[in-house]
Design a protein around this ligand. Structure first.
Ligand SMILES: NC(=O)c1ccc[n+]([C@@H]2O[C@H](COP(=O)([O-])OP(=O)(O)OC[C@H]3O[C@@H](n4cnc5c(N)ncnc54)[C@H](OP(=O)(O)O)[C@@H]3O)[C@@H](O)[C@H]2O)c1
Length: 340
């Protein structure tokens, strides 16, 4: 096999204009890389940023000034090891794996929307045995974000009261289940059409953000995970315990707020400065985990039945632009997955 089908991005722009299905060369793994036959790859908001090129600042942060250096989008996936580089010791051909495809910033293309992708071995782990490739491909990026942000606040303090705002998307679907596994009481906030879904994930209370304001609840919480990044910190203070924590995940809503050049970056920087002096703000914003370690925790939780990855919808490789459009329209609960 020397060629493969891949979704190729020629320039920055609207997904349906700049993405094209092409026959390209199968990549060759470097010494520390694994060539994976992709069985499923996820579609998350970072893919929209990488394809559209917004905020423009990301182009200076390693993505590529005029076009993405890696022309094939897709940041995380699950598949089977086809071939390993000369220095690879952790995997062998035939292993079923899942993971992200690189450890650069999320707004750079990762090559997963193809039949094969080369991945550094340290960002991969063996796939959980009890789920499908589609489910496994839906987990890495969303799961790592959920885990990093929940672990530092609730792992050693079970039984907390938590609000998850934007709870039905990729990150929220995992965060609810993780929080419940740690004995938390969870209020899930999302669109009216997704509230039954939140209940099936285990949410104790659900709220429709188009009709109700979670910050007006007559209850107190230990933690607010704001995936949709739509809540004001001062409003959140009303429902936080005195030492409760607000965590902003950082959803830019596909450029809906304008901010095409700098995006939410100035806000994040301001947030980090404020967090030094504000006891209710998450101070460990940049604290992260080794991806392999995070994937192994996610695998253990999945195999223990504490976490069931939810695939909202699947699309074939040729329909990546429609898949991104579906994500943008907020039509799916859980993660949208590409099946090459
Ligand atoms: N902090 C980090 O470490 C980190 C790292 C990488 C990426 N990220 C960011 O994390 C985000 C991940 O989000 P995701 O993948 O879960 O997104 P998603 O799948 O798009 O889910 C977002 C959910 O929020 C809902 N929503 C929209 N507006 C809302 C509002 N005002 N109030 C409450 N809910 C609302 C959406 O529903 P409707 O649209 O249907 O209304 C959707 O169900 C991405 O933006 C990504 O860029 C963060």
């Amino acid at each position: 096999m020397t060629s493969m089908r891949a979704m190729v991005q020629d320039q920055y722009g609207a997904p349906d204009e700049v993405l094209h299905l092409r026959e390209v060369e199968v990549p060759t793994p470097a010494p520390g890389e694994v060539l994976v036959r992709v069985r499923a790859a996820s579609v998350n908001p970072d893919v929209w940023h990488a394809v559209s090129g917004y905020p423009r600042l990301m182009r200076l942060m390693g993505a590529g000034l005029r076009r993405q250096k890696q022309p094939i989008p897709g940041l995380d996936m699950a598949g089977e090891v086809e071939k390993v580089g000369s220095a690879v010791v952790d995997f062998r051909p035939g292993d079923a794996v899942f993971g992200e495809t690189h450890d650069r910033i999320q707004w750079t293309n990762g090559g997963a929307y193809a039949e094969y992708v080369c991945v550094p071995q340290h960002v991969l782990a063996l796939k959980p045995e009890n789920i499908t490739f589609e489910q496994a491909g839906s987990v890495p990026t969303s799961g790592i974000i959920a885990l990093v942000n929940l672990r530092k606040h609730i792992w050693s303090r079970p039984g907390q009261r938590i609000v998850i705002n934007g709870a039905a998307g990729g990150v929220g679907s995992i965060a609810i289940q993780m929080a419940k596994a740690k004995g938390a009481y969870v209020v899930g906030v999302d669109h009216a059409t997704k509230l039954d879904y939140l209940r099936t994930l285990g949410a104790d209370e659900v709220m429709d953000y188009t009709r109700e304001d979670v910050t007006r609840l007559d209850e107190r919480f230990d933690l607010i995970i704001d995936v949709a990044s739509s809540l004001s910190i001062s409003d959140c203070r009303r429902i936080l315990e005195p030492d409760g924590i607000y965590v902003m995940i950082g959803h830019d809503h596909y450029g809906a707020k304008g901010r095409r050049t700098l995006g939410g970056i100035p806000y994040f920087l301001g947030f980090m400065v404020r967090a030094r002096f504000d006891r209710n703000l998450d101070k460990s914003w940049f604290e992260t985990m080794e991806k392999r370690d995070a994937l192994e925790i996610l695998r253990d939780m999945i195999e223990a039945g504490q976490l069931t990855p939810i695939v909202g919808r699947t699309f074939p490789l040729a329909e990546v632009p429609s898949a991104i459009q579906c994500l943008q329209a907020g039509q799916a609960c859980g993660r949208i997955v590409i099946v090459p």
